[in-house]
Design a protein around this ligand. Structure first.
Ligand code: VGL
Ligand code: ZN
Length: 206
């Protein structure tokens, strides 16, 4: 991958214990993104990260909805919402970054999904697609033009972040070897298709 260290931001998405093997919403092979993320972090001048950060009893948890099971979909006021096992509860070990993730040089860490009644996959907008997290403004003010992404999960938080970043006018490169998917009912194929259609580029870590 060719870098422009001044205008590129590496954004590491949700590389947290609950999305890794043994976690509450484990993504198959999720921890294999850690060495790739660390290699990338060593190459970029500017690094940022996101952290899924839910209150207990969050709206996206199946346990919040009587009679519902994880991975079912419901109609939320803001559109369809997949229900998940309880995960990434604020301050718990599951919400912590993977212990081997080299996050020390992150210049900003954006937490998302903290509103009790609204989920947030994307690093830029919550799932109503209108409530900003502030990262878009941060990136603009910092003068970043391209956002390079890796993390978990390819078909949810990475894809939604990539699509929103394109919508905001940033160039986006996703490093797929540094991503792993949940892949629910074809969600990975759809995410890859949507990202390609939106002009997201794909590259390998060096
Ligand atoms: C994510 C489902 C629920 C993700 C977060 O990081 O992709 N997926 N919360
Ligand atoms: Zn979540």
């Amino acid at each position: 991958m060719a870098f422009d260290t001044a205008r590129d931001l590496l954004l590491l998405i949700d590389i947290q214990n609950d999305f890794c093997p043994g976690g509450a919403l484990a993504v198959a092979d999720g921890d294999s993104v850690v060495p790739v993320a660390n290699r990338l972090a060593g190459q970029f001048e500017h690094v940022a990260a996101t952290q899924d950060w839910h209150p207990a009893d969050h709206f996206s948890f199946a346990t919040h909805h009587a009679g519902r099971a994880p991975f079912e979909s419901i109609d939320a006021p803001y559109g369809p919402q997949t229900l998940w096992p309880d995960h990434c509860v604020q301050g718990t070990g599951g919400a912590a970054f993977h212990p081997d993730l080299d996050i020390g040089r992150a210049e900003v860490i954006v937490r998302k999904g903290y509103r009790p009644d609204l989920d947030s996959y994307s690093a830029f907008f919550e799932n109503d697609q209108r409530t900003p997290t502030g990262l878009g403004g941060y990136c603009r003010e910092r003068g970043f033009e391209r956002i390079v992404m890796a993390g978990l999960a390819t078909d949810f938080c990475v894809a939604w972040s990539a699509l929103d970043a394109r919508r905001l006018g940033f160039e986006v490169t996703v490093v797929l070897e540094g991503c792993r998917a949940i892949d629910l009912d074809g969600s990975l194929d759809k995410a890859l298709h949507d990202m390609r259609a939106a002009g997201v580029e794909f590259d390998r870590a060096a």
